[in-house]
Every structure is written in structure tokens, then in C-alpha cells.
Design a protein around this ligand. Structure first.
Ligand code: HEM
Length: 384
């Protein structure tokens, strides 16, 4: 039984996760030589354990210096002191984001459209555009980054094809340069560089590079996961069981989004490697063993969530889902992502009558994320 599969090939991964929680909450997958962890308790324990690190990327001598620099400096990919520096930088950058105004972006994207592919038109663009606008990037630079973001996120794949490497190299240099030129115009820039270089005793050149890379990191991290949350939340709102329930109420929509994060999350798993032996109940994960942390499994653990297989926006602890991770690497954009999705859906429901034009959703061929490829909807009776 393989713990690794493409989301495009499995109609319902959730019943498999539930079976694993009951029968094999910590499972040695001999084919893939990886431990797969499914229960809430053990997924949390791994993510909080300082002896579980983010696996290192195999080195790739064909990547150019810009791509190598980005990979080296990202908070998401580092551990130890490097992670501390990168995380602090990312948190400061993130806390300096202005409110970008979802309504304006939505209005521009949907202008005069009657039938749209929600995924291509909104989900793949709006989160990255929001981040770019909150840092005041101009239209030309924003458009370039939005157009190339799907290429740059390939930097996060451990194994890259020759073709991937070529396009990553091409785009990395331009994105690095755009970000480098823009970051100096930000009001908090000087203070940030001084703080990071003084606190950690590193040169300002190093601190500058860490800032540039982690700002690029915010674009990268906002792409796939937010795309999936915007897609899956819309599908949940309009699914047979739930459509009768939804009212156009911001608070109610927010609860739908949080329950979607638990019940049908965009990110299904993340990986770690044990740097020392780790005990989970009776089982010992040996030093150097790889671990698949099945976040989407933990979210269905009935020890944590009552009637876990039922979509219930009113369950009192839905926000305890593990979709944003936990521990040192936990996502810093949890509330940002929830609010962004709720605002977008609220805008959509307030301004349009929507119908979904297809019944069967296909998913991207990815192992770690469950992302609808397309969702065609019609926008009727524009209420604007
Ligand atoms: C639905 C939306 C999102 C989901 C589900 C999500 C999920 C996650 C998860 C699971 C991790 C931890 C990975 C691990 O522990 O291995 C993470 C880390 C991170 N996320 Fe998010 N994310 C979302 C949106 C965003 C956005 C919009 C941003 C930035 C604007 C962002 C920035 C980050 C950063 C910088 C990290 C690395 C933190 C660290 O390693 O210390 N995320 N995210």
C-alpha cells in the first residue's frame, strides 16, 4: 500500500486517510521508504519536534545563482539558526503588508465576464496580486510576476527536469532583480536590514539577500495553497449538501472557509526527515528516516473532531485543523488566507448570481496538494 499518490488519480483520498488513522496511524511505506503519519496527535508531535527537519534538496548544479540564492534563504526550506533569521525576516515583511482592497482586484478581474474559469481567472492570480499590491509593486512588475509565478513555484520541487531548470533560471533572475529594485523603496526597509544584520551578526549584503528571497517566498507560498482554498471553498459552498444553507453573511462564509480547510484542504501533506530517533507511541522513527506528515488525515481524526467525516461549519474547534501546519514552520499567513478567501467569496455572492457549469472536478497531478484544475461558473445578473 503506497502512501504517495497523485491527487488527480484518487477520487476520494479522505476515506483512505480515515482507514489509516484507525488501522495504521504511523505506517512504514516500504515501497517509498517513508513513514506516513496520519493521526492528529502524531502529526502535531512530528511538526513540533525539533528533531524533525525539512528535508534538504538534492543539489542541482544547473540552477543559476539567483535560483540557488532563493532556495538557500527561504524560511520554508531552512532549519536551525538559518530558519530563525529567515522566519523573522518573513514575519517582519508580512507584518508590513498594507490592505490591498480585494474588491478593486475582483472588479478588475471579473469585468464584464459572463462565463469564467474560476481557477484561471481568479484563484491563480488574486492571492499573488494581493501580496504584490500590499507592497506597492507597480502594474508592469506585478503583471510580470503574476504571469511567471507558476514557473517560479517549481523552485520548491526537490527534483527538477532539465526543462524546469531552464525556465526557473530565466525567471529567477528577472524576479530577483525586480524585487531587489523594489524593496529599497519600502519605508521599513532600512530598519529591517539593520535589525536582521545586528541581531544575527551578519553582513548587510547577506541581510538584503535574505529579505529579497523571503519577499519572493511570500509570492511563492501564496500561489498554490490560496488557489486551492479559493477553489475548494467555492465548491463546498455550492455542493449539493451545503448550497441550501449558505447565507450571504461574512461571518457564516468565514466559518465555511475554516471548515473547508479541515474537510477538503488544499494542502494534504508536508515532509520531514528525523535528525535523531523520534518515538511515537510504540514506534521509533530512526535518525535519517523520511516522514510524510498527512495534515489532511489529521484533520479527519475523530479523537480531535467530533463526527469528523461530516462537513459542519458550526463545529466549535474547526480552527484547530492542521492545514497550516504547526510548530516552528507553521504558516504565518493563516488569518490572512482565511480573510482573503472569505472576502473574495463574499464579494462574489454579493455581486453575482452564480451557477457552477460542471459537476465533476479534476485535480492537478500533485502529491502534496489537492487543487482543482478548472471550475467553470456563470456569473448571472451582475448586481453591481
Ligand atoms: C490557504 C492558504 C495557505 C495554506 C493552506 C498554507 C499552508 C502552509 C503550510 C502547511 C506551511 C508549513 C509547511 C511545513 O511545515 O512543512 C506553510 C508555511 C509557510 N507559509 Fe503558508 N499557506 C497558505 C498561504 C500562505 C500565504 C498567502 C503566504 C504568504 C503571503 C504564506 C507564507 C508561508 C511561509 C513564509 C511559510 C514558511 C514558514 C516557515 O517555514 O517558517 N502561506 N504554509
Amino acid at each position: 500500500m503506497s502512501s504517495l499518490f497523485l491527487q488527480s488519480e484518487i477520487e476520494n483520498p479522505y476515506s483512505f486517510y480515515q482507514k489509516m488513522i484507525e488501522e495504521n496511524p504511523v505506517y512504514w511505506d516500504e515501497t517509498n521508504k517513508i513513514w506516513a503519519v496520519y493521526s492528529y496527535e502524531y502529526c502535531s508531535a512530528i511538526l513540533r519536534n525539533t528533531n524533525s527537519h525539512v528535508p534538504a534538496f538534492p543539489s542541482n548544479r544547473d540552477l543559476n545563482r539567483f535560483a540557488v540564492e532563493i532556495i538557500k534563504n527561504l524560511a520554508r526550506l531552512s532549519d536551525g539558526i538559518q530558519h530563525e533569521i529567515a522566519k523573522e525576516t518573513a514575519v517582519i515583511l508580512f507584518s508590513n503588508m498594507k490592505n490591498a482592497g480585494i474588491d478593486v482586484i475582483m472588479k478588475e478581474l471579473l469585468q464584464n465576464k459572463k462565463e469564467i474559469n474560476w481557477v484561471d481567472l481568479v484563484c491563480k492570480k488574486l492571492p499573488v496580486l494581493t501580496v504584490l499590491k500590499s507592497f506597492d509593486f507597480n502594474d508592469a512588475d506585478s503583471n510580470f510576476i503574476v504571469e511567471k509565478i507558476a514557473v517560479i513555484v517549481k523552485i520548491m520541487q526537490p527534483n527538477k527536469t532539465v526543462e524546469d531548470v531552464n525556465i526557473i533560471n530565466e525567471v529567477s533572475e528577472k524576479i530577483y532583480t525586480i524585487t531587489e529594485n523594489h524593496i529599497v523603496t519600502l519605508s521599513f526597509y532600512k530598519t529591517l536590514i539593520e535589525k536582521i544584520s545586528n541581531n544575527y551578526g551578519i553582513s548587510s549584503e547577506e541581510a538584503i539577500s535574505i529579505c529579497i528571497c523571503n519577499l519572493i517566498g511570500l509570492f511563492i507560498q501564496s500561489y498554490d495553497a490560496c488557489r486551492g482554498l479559493l477553489s475548494n471553498s467555492l465548491l463546498q459552498i455550492f455542493s449539493q449538501e451545503n448550497s441550501a444553507e449558505i447565507e450571504i453573511d461574512k461571518n457564516r462564509i468565514q466559518k465555511f472557509v475554516v471548515e473547508t480547510l479541515r474537510f477538503d484542504p488544499p494542502i494534504h501533506n508536508t515532509r520531514r526527515v528525523a535528525v535523531e530517533d523520534i518515538s511515537l507511541g510504540e514506534i521509533t522513527i530512526k535518525k535519517n528516516d523520511f516522514i510524510l506528515v498527512v495534515l489532511a488525515g489529521a484533520n479527519l481524526d475523530s479523537k480531535q473532531f467530533i463526527n469528523s467525516m461530516i462537513f459542519d461549519p458550526e463545529r466549535s474547534n474547526n480552527h484547530e485543523n492542521l492545514t497550516f501546519g504547526t510548530g516552528g514552520h507553521m504558516c504565518l499567513a493563516k488569518y490572512f488566507s482565511i480573510n482573503l478567501t472569505a472576502d473574495v467569496l463574499y464579494y462574489l455572492l454579493c455581486n453575482y448570481e452564480i451557477s457552477i457549469l460542471e459537476t465533476k472536478t479534476e485535480y492537478e497531478p500533485m502529491i502534496n496538494a489537492r487543487l482543482p484544475k478548472a471550475i467553470w461558473i456563470s456569473l448571472l445578473n451582475n448586481k453591481i
